[in-house]
Ligand binder design. Structure first.
Ligand code: MG
Length: 175
């Protein structure tokens, strides 16, 4: 049989897995608000959520989410090969593939996402703090970076759009 992949199925699986792993999209919207409210005091939660949805609608983002979650789950179940099993299970400090995978998400709205990604990773507000709590059972080695990256990309999208809006207004003022 020919290989074919239904885009809707990939999008649905991404949503389901995030929910199954305890991440509510609204919490990602809250991270976007955390990152952007200092620059845009009138920013609404609706705008943040719309941006999160747009980021999640991209296939390269869905691919990264599915890949990262899969590795977290396999590590939780003890099913990775050694030494990767211990590395991912313990979120080993020198292991950076979780961040590298997340860069494919950060990149979707250009390089300003990097700053947001680094900042939110240091601050670990809201859902990121919860995902980083180690209880010796749940593994979120990949998911914490993925969630931060989605918020960073959604923030970049807002920054680009706000700039475009401003330029349109200036153009109208000049005309
Ligand atoms: Mg990580």
């Amino acid at each position: 049989m020919d290989y074919s992949l239904n885009s809707r199925k990939v999008a649905e699986a991404t949503e389901q897995w995030m929910r199954q792993r305890g991440v509510d999209k609204r919490e990602i919207g809250e991270l976007v608000m955390f990152l952007q409210r200092q620059y845009y005091p009138n920013l609404t939660m609706e705008e943040c959520m719309e941006s999160v949805e747009r980021v999640l609608s991209k296939r390269e983002v869905q691919n990264a989410v599915l890949t990262g979650i899969q590795l977290d789950v396999l590590a939780e179940e003890g099913k990775l090969f050694p030494p990767l099993q211990d590395i991912v299970f313990n979120d080993e400090g020198l292991y950076g593939c979780d961040e590298v995978l997340s860069l494919s998400i950060v990149n979707v709205y250009g390089s300003i996402g990097y700053t947001n990604f680094g900042y939110i990773d240091k601050q670990k507000p809201g859902v990121l703090k919860r995902l980083n709590e180690k209880n010796g059972k749940d593994v979120h080695t990949f998911l914490d970076d993925i969630v931060g990256a989605i918020a960073a990309a959604a923030s970049s999208r807002i920054a680009h759009r706000k700039q475009a809006e401003k330029e349109t207004e200036e153009y109208i003022d000049e005309a």
